[in-house]
Design a protein around this ligand. Structure first.
Ligand code: GAF
Length: 388
């Protein structure tokens, strides 16, 4: 859906629901991670780009002290007192992300204004493209406009991450909120999750495109498996005597192999290798070396599948189909993206080959699984901003 259409639908819905026009409009993007998976909570590097798919949050003041937040994608709406208790709703409630952001702001500014809010999104929900971070960051940006404050971008991303930890019960790393805040059109973001140093890496070559393939499956494992992976990484780091896996080398890991649980060893092998691959891939992107970047993406996928065990049959099938097409058909590389267990894969494709690649993967995937996948191309989009 185009940005203009998203905004027009949101405005019409806002007026229909609240009977007035919005005073503030804020927007934040979804993201696709090009490489650097499950490295953020290991103090490593990630390399995402913002998508041209956005969540928009519209707001207007209310005369009383209630805050209402409605969504065009989910129900029921949020309805809380601006200075009453802010507690998460039931697990899985979409409003928890917004409630967490409200709580984070209230800790900073003491008092929130009464507001009517409506959110609308073109980020596929629950598809591993970070629809939750887009929602958190859009809400945070709306609150900045409403309160007339500007948070430091790093502080804003961390506030949103805390919202997810405390209100949605998801112990995520910092990648998704950072790219939603810091995304830049036609650039990917290389982020050091330890120091929070970052570099916007240009992605302006019109001959290469980023294709996103949504498997349309979501195996309900992410919730339980994600914290387990985090713990296994901590166990590995402790056994190696380092603060986090960022500090460990392949040699150290091999030296300790006999004393490590084999599963913990494989988890650590993924993280250590993935951090190296991410830095190498960022360099390949800087050089426009798409063949090298693609090889690293395939290697990332194999490691996520075999060592980290967060892929699934459907994601493996997409990557296999892409790999079968290969360079000759214009595919440089492909991998699962995001937390795993379903959601999306990302492929780097020669622009003149995109239509044929898209048709082939769509048809073959549908034939083999009976599921209709959703494919789309996106340039790197803009980070969060106040539109009006
Ligand atoms: C999810 C998390 F939210 C991110 O922080 C990151 O760990 C990712 O999974 C895996 O790379 O999107």
């Amino acid at each position: 859906m185009h940005w203009d259409q998203l905004l027009a639908e949101a405005n019409a819905a806002f007026q229909a629901r609240y009977g007035s026009r919005p005073r503030w409009t804020a927007v934040a993007p979804g993201r696709v991670n090009l490489i650097g998976e499950h490295t953020d909570y290991n103090d490593g590097f990630v390399f995402p780009m913002a998508l041209e798919r956005y969540t928009v949050a519209l707001g207007a003041p209310r005369p009383d002290d209630r805050i209402q937040i409605a969504s065009l994608e989910a129900a029921p709406s949020v309805d809380v007192a601006a200075h009453g208790p802010l507690e998460p709703g039931p697990r899985g409630f979409w409003g928890n992300y917004s409630l967490g952001v409200l709580a984070g702001f209230r800790e900073r500014v003491q008092r929130l204004p009464g507001m009517n809010v409506l959110v609308h999104s073109s980020v596929p929900l629950g598809g591993g493209l970070s629809s939750s971070a887009a929602l958190e960051v859009a809400m945070a940006t709306l609150l900045e406009a409403a309160l007339g404050v500007r948070l430091d971008p790093v502080e804003k991303a961390l506030l949103c991450q805390q919202a997810e930890h405390r209100f949605a019960g998801m112990p995520c790393g910092i990648m998704d909120q950072f790219i939603a805040v810091l995304g830049r059109a036609n650039h990917a973001l290389l982020l050091d999750c330890r120091s929070r140093w970052y570099e916007h890496v240009p992605m302006e070559d019109p001959n290469v495109s980023v294709l996103i393939i949504n498997t349309q499956v979501k195996h309900e494992l992410t919730g339980s498996e994600y914290p387990t992976r985090r713990k296994q990484c901590e166990t590995a780091a402790a056994a190696l005597g380092v603060p986090s896996l960022r500090d460990a080398t392949r040699e150290q890991l091999e030296g300790a192999r006999s004393r490590l649980d084999p599963v913990v060893y494989r988890r650590a092998r993924h993280v250590i290798g993935e951090i190296e691959r991410t830095l190498q891939a960022a360099e390949a992107f800087r050089q426009g070396d798409w063949v090298r970047a693609g090889q690293l993406m395939y290697a990332s996928h194999a490691s996520l599948r075999d060592d980290y065990e967060v892929s699934c049959q459907e994601l493996d099938l997409v990557v296999e189909l892409a790999q079968q097409l290969g360079l000759e058909a214009g595919v440089y590389g492909c991998r699962m993206t995001g937390g795993g267990f379903g959601g999306c894969a990302v492929a780097l494709v020669r622009t003149d080959a995109v239509a044929a690649v898209q048709t082939h993967i769509h048809d073959a995937y549908k034939r083999r699984t009976g599921i209709e996948p959703m494919l789309f191309v996106s340039r790197p989009g803009e980070g969060a901003r106040i539109v009006s």
